[in-house]
Design a protein around this ligand. Structure first.
Ligand SMILES: C[S@@+](CC[C@H](N)C(=O)[O-])C[C@H]1O[C@@H](n2cnc3c(N)ncnc32)[C@H](O)[C@@H]1O
Length: 216
């Protein structure tokens, strides 16, 4: 592994807005944020563009980006510290560990942004929008909480529409196969607000961006 990457992976764990040890933060989010505001989680946040972008527009909400690769969150976490942005933080772990960090019903929204498609059927359970993960999201979200899913990948989006639609606990509110061709609608504003690294990459290749939102 390159030295620079190793350095970032190590340094990111020293940042006060990045958590790896759940015992430091479980049950203490209000204390950390200094308020009782809603908490929004982005899973597989990569560079964290979504949580960073939303945290600027919605200072009255708290944002947490969860990402297994520490080097990816390093630039965003460093920038947030430099700007003293207090309503955004990161967790460096795998999504399977999320209950070590949050209790049931602790989140108001979950964003799943451009997850790896895992195209082989035998790897479907690894998709961050699979039934296995939906069970986790349902427990994490409070009543009325929202799940947002953005992708460029048609196979993955069809799969997401199918599994979320089949889940009786979710009420699907929005399914858009070409988000940016929709008219200006208030309920799509947040979905259009931030373009992540992967969104930019696939948009440049001409892929249409898809968006699903469901309520619990
Ligand atoms: C295709 S990238 C998308 C990153 C970002 N959301 C974006 O739109 O640019 C998928 C990200 O999910 C992360 N990831 C994949 N599986 C994960 C898991 N089980 N737990 C945590 N992060 C995961 C990967 O490390 C990667 O950064």
């Amino acid at each position: 592994m390159r030295r620079k990457k190793l350095f970032k992976m190590a340094e990111v764990l020293t940042f006060e807005n990045v958590f790896r040890d759940p015992t430091v933060i479980f049950g203490k989010w209000k204390e950390f944020f200094g308020n009782d505001n809603d908490i929004v989680l982005e899973v597989g946040c990569g560079r964290g563009e979504y949580v960073i972008g939303l945290s600027e527009v919605y200072p009255e909400r708290n944002f947490v980006g969860l990402e297994m690769k520490g080097s990816r969150i390093w630039p965003g976490a460093k920038k947030m510290l430099a700007e003293e942005r207090k309503n955004v933080s990161f967790i460096n772990t795998m999504v399977k560990n999320v209950f070590d960090f949050f209790g049931e019903g602790e989140l108001s929204e979950i964003w799943v942004t451009f997850p790896d498609p895992q195209p082989k059927p035998c790897r479907a359970m690894k998709r961050l929008i699979s039934p296995r993960h939906l069970e986790m999201y349902k427990k994490l979200l409070k009543k009325g909480g929202k799940l947002h899913f953005k992708t460029d990948n048609t196979m993955l989006f069809d799969y997401g529409v199918e599994v979320v639609g089949a889940d009786k606990d979710f009420e699907v509110e929005v399914v858009e196969y070409d988000l940016y061709s929709t008219e200006d609608r208030a309920d799509l504003a947040e979905a259009k607000l931030v373009q992540t690294y992967y969104e930019g990459k696939f948009s440049a290749l001409g892929e249409k961006i898809k968006y699903l939102r469901a309520k619990i």
